[in-house]
Design a protein around this ligand. Structure first.
Ligand SMILES: [Zn+2]
Length: 163
């Protein structure tokens, strides 16, 4: 049962809890996202940062850009997707971190829009998600099992995902 007495930040794994569940490489990704928040965090404007490891091992990052018109906002994960495509390499692993106004950092999973984008682009990419202190790595494809797919458009993943 949801505990409505807890804020979302209380229910999300802290970065310490999340990093304890991750291997070295994904833990390092999380540290990259935290470093980006250190540099660019602004309450209500830039609260989420994401980092992805590409197939050659390099890391790209993205940061959430909030707009006064909600739908114009850009998620950190979408920023990462754009950065990966700009490099021209496949995403292997992705981690995102939300910083709350109290200064605590937590693992956060992609929203539905980003999950759909990631699943289309890199269905086998490992994406970290968090529920009630229980971090889990799932494939991008598993994030939205019943995601909408338009037949006839973008039917192949980015560069034929080999997995
Ligand atoms: Zn999103």
């Amino acid at each position: 049962m949801p505990n409505h007495g807890l804020g979302m930040s209380a229910q999300r794994p802290t970065v310490i809890q999340a990093q304890a569940c991750m291997g070295t490489a994904d833990s390092a990704l999380m540290s990259e996202a935290i470093a980006l928040l250190e540099a660019r965090y602004e309450v209500r404007r830039h609260e989420v940062a994401a980092a992805a490891r590409l197939e050659d091992g390099r890391v790209v990052t993205g940061i959430h850009v909030e707009a006064s018109q909600g739908r114009a906002s850009i998620c950190a994960e979408s920023g990462v997707a754009s950065a990966a495509v700009a490099v021209g390499l496949r995403v292997v692993s992705l981690v995102a971190v939300v910083r709350r106004p109290d200064g605590t950092d937590h693992l956060i999973e992609p929203c539905g829009v980003c999950a759909e984008l990631l699943a289309e682009m890199w269905p086998s990419a490992r994406v970290w998600a968090g529920k009630a202190g229980d971090p889990a790595a799932v494939t991008a494809e598993e994030l939205l099992p019943y995601r909408h797919q338009r037949i006839g458009r973008l039917t192949t993943p980015f560069k034929e995902d080999p997995a």
